[in-house]
Ligand binder design. Structure first.
Ligand code: ADP
Length: 372
């Protein structure tokens, strides 16, 4: 049976004595009070696991004690079993509404008392356990939140501060190259070229890290966005890459006007279209974009006829720094992680369907935004 500390509250001395005796024999730790005031004073100064409370007491009634307990944040969780006369069903109903856990008729039935008290105590123990677990969980999650924020700030500050030195390295290498001009041997020129290449890669990596940081901190601006117009601008921005690759980028007409954060949508599409061209096969890349409304969200898909991705890699490419390609193709492995982060932020999903040697379809969803 459950154990615990129980307060018996009854102005009737014989009743108090009988209850005390019975509970004592059952192994409970028992104390008693002869009035509502005494009960409240004891409950406020010592810990109890439950109270047996007589409803009909002169002076302060059981109802009043119950109301005081339930109004007190420190005491409201102590379960109360009310003791009432058999004919006072209305009183029992009122006390249950007032927050009593259960009731017993007087004179008390020992079997019922045992059953109800131990159930009450067990429920309390479970509730306490749950509360404790929730508190622990809350603590862990707030620690996690803090450490995430720290990390976020660190990543931002570090990448931000790294920009300037990398720019300096690049500038001085350029100056050196220009000053020395024809005096440079071809292998020396090559060395400077390597160093500048590295500085350029570093610069790109830092930019990507900054974008990744911003993906969850930048303010959100939801406004009508004409997708047709957006893609026109994007293709223009990617013109050099598209022309170099001899790529054809197309989309369904007309594309919808949607409510969305333009910066986010643009960044995701730019990454996906850029990848669709970058990870091409020998034949000229063809990229096709669709945007359709489905249920409660927009679904964007970017289809390519590129190298494709083996099924075992389709999940991990959305993680930070995960690349399936070596240094043969430039990249930081951050682009898809940025897409994932942006999509997460708006409550959407991102995934890829792909077949090696045939191509991939990258899709993401964005829930409809309510118009402001
Ligand atoms: P990055 O392009 O900088 O390497 P991403 O995060 O954009 O980083 O992509 C991660 C990896 O996923 C890429 O290195 C590439 O191996 C693979 N990948 C991404 N898009 C495609 C695609 N359209 N076709 C084939 N592989 C792709």
């Amino acid at each position: 049976p459950e154990q615990g500390r129980v307060l018996v509250v009854d102005n009737d001395e014989i009743n108090r004595y009988l209850l005390h005796k019975h509970l004592d024999l059952r192994g409970y730790e028992v104390d008693h009070a002869a009035s509502g005031w005494e009960a409240l004073a004891k409950l406020r100064s010592e810990p109890f696991d439950a109270a047996l409370l007589d409803l009909m007491m002169p002076g302060m009634s059981g109802f009043q004690v119950l109301a005081e307990l339930k109004a007190d944040t420190l005491l409201r969780d102590i379960p109360v079993l009310v003791l009432s006369a058999r004919e006072d069903l209305a009183g029992v109903a009122d006390s249950i509404k007032g927050g009593a856990e259960d009731y017993l008729f007087k004179p008390f039935d020992p079997v019922l008392l045992d059953a109800r008290l131990s159930t009450t105590l067990e429920r309390k123990r479970l509730r306490d356990q749950e509360r404790q677990r929730n508190a622990e969980l809350e603590q862990v999650s707030s620690a996690l939140r803090r450490s995430n924020e720290d990390l976020q700030r660190f990543a931002y500050a570090a990448s931000h501060d790294l920009q300037a030195p990398v720019r300096t390295v690049n500038t001085y290498l350029q100056l050196l190259e220009r000053r020395l001009g024809n005096r440079l041997q071809s292998d020396e020129r090559e060395m400077i070229g390597y160093a500048r290449g590295a500085a350029k890669r570093m610069h790109a990596l830092i930019q990507d890290l900054l974008s990744y940081s911003r993906a969850s901190t930048e303010a959100v601006h939801v406004a009508p966005l004409d997708c047709e117009e957006l893609l026109g601008v994007l293709v223009n921005d990617l013109r050099v890459l598209i022309d170099e690759a001899g790529a054809a980028v197309s989309w369904d007409h007309p594309l919808p006007v949607i409510l969305a954060d333009a910066t986010a949508v643009r960044q995701i599409l730019q990454n996906l279209i850029g990848n669709a061209i970058k990870y091409r096969r020998d034949e000229s890349p063809r990229v096709h974009i669709t945007i359709v409304g489905k249920g409660d969200h927009w679904r964007f898909c970017v289809r390519d006829n590129g190298q494709g991705i083996a099924p075992e890699h389709t999940k991990r490419i959305f993680e930070m720094f995960q690349r399936l390609h070596g240094d043969d193709l430039p990249g930081s492995g951050i682009g898809l992680a940025i897409c994932q982060r942006l999509v997460d932020r708006f409550g959407g999903k991102i995934w890829v369907d792909s077949e090696v040697g045939r191509g991939s379809v990258f899709c993401f969803t964005l829930p409809f935004q309510a118009p402001r």
